[in-house]
Design a protein around this ligand. Sequence first.
Ligand SMILES: [Zn+2]
Length: 140
Amino acid sequence: MGKPTPEEMGRTSYDAYAFVVGGVSVHGEQLPAWEQLTGAVQNGWMAAAYAGGAAYAAGVQVPVLVHVAGIPQRMVQACTRCGAVLIDITAWAEGRVAVLAGDGRDPSWWPAGAQVAKGGVVTYSVDRAVLTDDEKPCRP
Ligand SMILES: [Zn+2]
């Protein structure tokens, strides 16, 4: 595998961002695909990827934010502390997400009050009072 190009790094950063925010902009609109971004916005993501690479090279860890699971409401489970969406199965409940025939799985939620760590593409529950150096409360 060769060295990634700036465009590949920008696209990877943008895709990671889109994944973590659920594909929705701060205004609640669907995020466009990389190809639909303007050159200026693509350049911005390439710069962000470069900064991220520099931080990585310097040994900086991206913190994992630890949220507190609330009671699911209308197919969405959010953090009681900052409001971040932890689980959103609206599309699943409305039948917009295909489920394999015979796969009668029910939706599963985090237990209310559970600490849920989210960072990058990882999500896990934290069942200990003391956080690690890489974990930060979403809102101290
Ligand atoms: Zn939170």
